[in-house]
Write a protein that binds this ligand. Sequence first.
Ligand SMILES: O=P(O)(O)OC[C@H]1O[C@](O)(CO)[C@@H](O)[C@@H]1O
Length: 507
Amino acid sequence: MSAAARRLQQALAPHARRLADTRITGLVGADPARATTLSLRVGPLYANFARQRFDTQALAALHALATEAGLPQALRALFDGAMVNASEQRPALHTALRSALGATPVARDAHAQARAARSRMAAMVDALAASDVTDIVNVGIGGSDLGPRLVVDALKDAHSGRFRVHFLTNVDGSDAFHRLRGLDPAKTAAILVSKSFGTQETLLNGAILRDWLGGSERLHAVSANVDRAQAFGVDPARVLPMWDWVGGRYSLWSAVGFSIALAIGMDGFEALLAGAAEMDAHVLEAPLEANLPVLHALAAVWNRNGLGLPTHAVLPYDERLALLPAYLQQLVMESLGKSVTPDGEPADVDTVPVLWGGAGTNSQHSFFQALHQGTQTVPADFIGIVRPDHPYAENHAALLSNLLAQTEALANGHAADDAQKRYPGNRPSTLLLLDALTPRSLGALIALYEHSVYLQSVLWGINAFDQWGVELGKRIAGELLPAVKGEPARVEDPVTRALLAEIAARR
Ligand SMILES: O=P(O)(O)OC[C@H]1O[C@](O)(CO)[C@@H](O)[C@@H]1O
């Protein structure tokens, strides 16, 4: 058994057994103070864990586990640029994009490179602002799309209004076809965002944009591979850097966030980074017992390994955060979807939960029935915003009351003689409350999740920064492409052969 798995089992199993019949209502009833003591604030972000299914004894065991697993040292290693991505022999220095907390030359150098890239990006924002361009199309996928797309959408109240920003992602030509309809090529600029500049979707959509724009004058790129971007036809003067030491899904703080800067301006972008930097300083400096990302990560492993819960829902009660579940699906599931340790040994522990979710209150009218009365218990992060950016006070009161009601109903349940109308309750949740949805608070929220994910990976003994699992499908797709196009090709798999025949017959 892996060392991490053994540690987890020893720490969690006795408390999970002891608390098997304890209910959230019982935990709160026995210790009403936990409603406030199990909460933490970092700047504009407040978090309440009172409705998690651990008591103070189990929490003490979780904190002991955090010490034993070396979470403080692991954080130091992350910030200092140690090779935390062992399979690729790379550091993961996304924190250097926004903080100067790394104490090593490698971290300081990364921070300096990030600052220099930001100055170039600011100049490019100014140049575009001074041009006739009205529309920006960000072409990218995965980490080169989800983060910028989330932030641009979430911060619509902070948009300068200078540009309309669009996102083109899917290799499905329908995406490009519909996205470009109505846009004027003479007033549109494209940003091809690809760390590798070798991603099929982005290269195909990038080629569509390059042809549609009719020249390279308004073609920009963000990549760690300037040569490939140049060979593609982007003037190197318009290529912003990315680096091996930033993972795609951790990259929105780099020039990958160019579209964010165009939407909310450089000041807004800097405020986003400042919010994340505030969380960086907190995670690095706060003691384990008062450390928000640590508690968030401990709650996650408690739910996954102590209670054995296989999925996790993210439920933002704000339409502007509707893309958060999709963003977190990549962050969490690409980072933690591993079953071996960096040494190639079995992890021997359940790792990533299936992450899903959607915005409230809409989701209440779709899948919440299953959350309340389904056979699976789904732990959830509810996210609310205290001060809205619209004048409809009645709507906002309704939104917040629904948010509070759902967390209460899921935890407390409801007894009824009629079994159909009975609510089992005891369904754990964490409530995250942002004072308002601003660049700063959003930066802090995203950084909270980044750190929580990394800490979970340390507790599970897996690498959060590689993603070998996505490669096989890409290779097979490449091999099948000639056959799909009707060219002679050898297809070994009999089911795929039959499916190709079916497609060919229906063309
Ligand atoms: O930025 P790139 O190199 O185009 O990669 C896009 C995405 O593809 C992935 O490698 C997965 O296929 C992600 O990790 C990454 O964010």
